[in-house]
Design a protein around this ligand. Structure first.
Ligand SMILES: [Ca+2]
Ligand SMILES: [Ca+2]
Ligand SMILES: [Ca+2]
Length: 373
């Protein structure tokens, strides 16, 4: 996997984005990723200890017991080493939704649920032939194609999978979850695997979609904007707020580009941002009854990299911490890909097949009548 350190120069936006996930195991690690989480490089940061942001099996969110039990921990290997990502179990228990950059290059993949205290409750495998990477994925982030489906070798029972959001959720608050690295948002230090025995959660708001963001930046003369670049799907953008105007990065960037969207100073102490290893994990919106899977973690962008392009400084409270206050994240929207996801997870027979099935039924009917006659 090449995405963990490589800075992407996007032709369309000329912006340096860093994939949030697929954090790599330390050099020399072979197959013991599961047993040595601390040796790996990972999600959420905040002003209190990261252990406060663990989620545990059966934990309730908005009164839904086990709301995050369907969050998957992905461990995979390829010629580049061992890697960690996250994902979400889809309703039915057979498939996991993750990022394309977590599923486009592996030789061996393990998917686990209920990971806490460094042990999993449920473990499944995925064969290479059972990874369905979105056809529009070219390796470039932010096009809206960073999404993939994994078919598990055995269906998962006893854990509720997620239903998909089918609407554009820009403006909504969401609950994020993943098994990636962590760090306090106020520390000027890289995220790490020190709390890698647990998954973590936090909250944020989808402020704007990348196409609208880059259109506004294009109109302002900051980037070259090409609408075709965003054709594959929508990507939701969020900023990591601490309540100050200074670190309200998307609010500041909106103001610089004609106020085409709004971004508040945040949700207070519950706000968080994804980090390495959270790639592929889910963003969940509340519909009044259940948590719907709305976004798939794709990339992170440091405030210290984004703001200077717009002539701004001071957005980012730590350039060593890629998930600090003032940093940005992007997630691929599920609503853009409903038809494709359904085509993989619940394929409908071709019309000709239908015709044959009907013919077959008719023949059976005829045969039965004859037998009865
Ligand atoms: Ca925010
Ligand atoms: Ca904000
Ligand atoms: Ca930062």
């Amino acid at each position: 996997m090449i995405f963990h350190t490589k800075q992407f120069k996007l032709a369309a936006v000329a912006a340096a984005l860093l994939a949030a996930g697929a954090a790599q195991a330390s050099t020399g690690m072979t197959d013991n990723l599961v047993h040595s989480p601390k040796a790996l490089e990972p999600l959420t940061g905040n002003t209190s200890a990261v252990s406060n942001w663990r989620f545990t099996a059966g934990q309730s969110f908005n009164g839904v017991a086990g709301a995050l039990d369907g969050v998957a921990r992905l461990s995979f290997s390829n010629s580049g080493g061992n890697w960690a990502c996250s994902g979400s179990l889809l309703a039915g228990g057979q498939y996991v939704l993750t990022a394309a950059h977590c599923a486009d290059d592996f030789t061996k993949m393990t998917v686990q649920f209920g990971w806490q205290g460094g042990a999993a409750a449920v473990t499944r495998n995925v064969s290479v032939g059972n990874a369905y990477v979105n056809k529009a994925w070219t390796g470039q982030l932010d096009t809206g194609a960073d999404i993939a489906i994994l078919k598990l070798d055995t269906v998962v029972t006893g854990i509720n999978g997620y239903h998909l959001s089918t609407t554009n959720d820009v403006g909504k608050d969401y609950l994020m979850a993943g098994y990636g690295t962590t760090q306090k948002a106020t520390n000027d230090l890289a995220t790490n695997w020190n709390d890698g025995g647990y998954g973590h959660y936090g909250f944020n708001t989808f402020d704007v979609d990348s196409k609208s963001f880059n259109k506004a930046a294009g109109d302002a003369g900051v980037y070259d904007y090409n609408p075709n670049y965003y054709a594959p799907g929508t990507t939701y953008m969020s900023d990591f707020d601490d309540g100050t105007d200074m670190h309200n990065t998307l609010g500041r960037l909106a103001h610089e580009t004609g106020d085409k969207w709004t971004s508040s100073t945040g949700r207070g102490g519950s706000e968080a941002l994804i980090a390495g290893g959270d790639s592929g994990g889910g963003d969940f919106v509340w519909n009044g009854k259940e948590w719907l899977l709305s976004g798939v973690h794709s990339w992170g962008w440091q405030g210290s990299d984004a703001c200077p392009d717009f002539g701004l400084t001071g957005c980012d409270n730590s350039s060593n911490n890629h998930s600090s206050f003032g940093d940005l994240s992007g997630s691929t929207a599920t609503f853009s890909h409903i038809a494709w996801i359904n085509s993989v997870t619940a394929p409908v027979p071709e019309p000709e097949t239908y015709a044959m099935m009907i013919a077959g039924l008719a023949l059976v009917g005829v045969a039965r009548r004859r037998k009865q006659a």
